[in-house]
Design a protein around this ligand. Sequence first.
Ligand code: HAM
Length: 512
Amino acid sequence: MPANPSSLLILHPRLNLYLKPFFLSLPHCSSPSFTFNSIQRFPIPKPPFPINRRNLSSLSSAATTQSTDDNGGGRDRPGALSAPPTTDDVRRIDVNPPRGTRDFPPEEMRLRNWLFRIFREVSLLFGFEEVDFPVLESEALFIRKAGEEIRDQLYCFEDRGNRRVALRPELTPSLARLVIQKGKSLSLPLKWFAIGQCWRYERMTRGRRREHYQWNMDIIGVPDVMAEAELISSIVTFFKRIGITASDVGFKISSRKVLQEVLRCYSIPENLFAKVCIIIDKIEKIPMDEIKKELKSAGVSEKAVEELLQVLSIKSLTKLEEILGSAGEAVADLKLLFSLAEKFGYSEWIEFDASVVRGLAYYTGIVFEGFDREGKLRAICGGGRYDRLLSTFGGDDLPACGFGFGDAVIIELLKDKGLLPEVNLEVENIVSALDVDLQGAAARVASILREKGQSVDLVLESKPLKWVFKRAARINAQRLILVGSSEWQRDMVSVKILSSGEQYEVKLDELE
Ligand code: HAM
């Protein structure tokens, strides 16, 4: 009898097939309260494949919908489990990384380091401290009731200890977890930043990938709009540093309190609020009739839907004030933010747009997103206030706000604007022996320079001078240091300044 590839599959004795309970094809099948009347076939490869039980304990629900083109292994068989790779597959390995993910060869890595360096510089400029969290988190951390898109995009699986885990799709829940864990030992306000890889099984468009890095800045413990104003100021500072201006990029700003105030007028219960926000966030992605239908089935009356949609089309704060009055928090917060923007000096970057709600359930107040003014790309960054996230994890709430800024859309924008920097490899010195017997001497020269903090590319084999010059040009070396026998006998080396061609000999202990 063929071995059972997983304890979760059931062998059909007559068909000689493994059958997979339907619950395994559901994206969030953490508690298998399943029935067997809906089952799917899982053919047993012939001859029976060598089973590595350790590999089989992890069944990614997301991976089950991947096609062969996605180099995910399976054909488009919704809910089907792919067999683990055999040694034959390994010989035919696809050299491309899984669809939606990236390799970072040196030139890409230099660009990434350049971008991250500016993320870091700006964060430190604003007095933020760097934090990090595991890429793998408990799946429960990302499960919220409101029906967010992010939940269906989760890379989640059961680990070998039968725990449901997920690759993080964002950093905010991890940050909240850490804040709760540290509790009273933290002195508020916290100003934290992080740069981390996030995973979302997303439909791929320009700048949207299945893996991306996100720069986050968050302020915990400040209830005032001053915090949001500070965060937007940091993003503006970042844009300016990379050459992006207010005519390239803007921020659309609104507050979820706008929706809340409209819903209150129609006595729509508070617990529907997040759900309504998630539906409204889809306005640009699905037809308006669908939006109306979803809102109605969520329990929003026809009249309230019409009013909501009308309010969402407002693009002026004065008009909003006319409709909502000036007594509410929504208008007061927004007015304050716009007046602070003037003081910070970034008014030209921001505009009010009531249709911005953002797609994450936890936002409670001001929300904002960075967009390219040509309208070619999806949101460059997004964030907002989330004063009630901590209590959803069982902690005590703290006022909080922050943003996430992806690495992919901004690179596309820089390409479009011709602003992508050329980040070249730069090694200060190249050191080469002129004779194979002098390789040890060259190693000594390299060590002396490195101890003095100079970067050195040491030529590790015996190579002709022509090759050494070519390499020096490729690595943009400033100096070529040649170790030849006549100089070495006098404890000297020959130095050539590559930009000017100037050449001289220098004593080993005077080499700087
Ligand atoms: P988000 O709006 O889901 O917010 O994502 C923030 C940014 O991450 C997006 O604007 C985009 O730049 C980038 N991003 C998201 N998904 C992808 C993707 N599939 N491919 C490439 N880039 C992507 C959050 O994640 C919140 N946690 C941000 C936050 C922090 N709010 C408060 N603090």
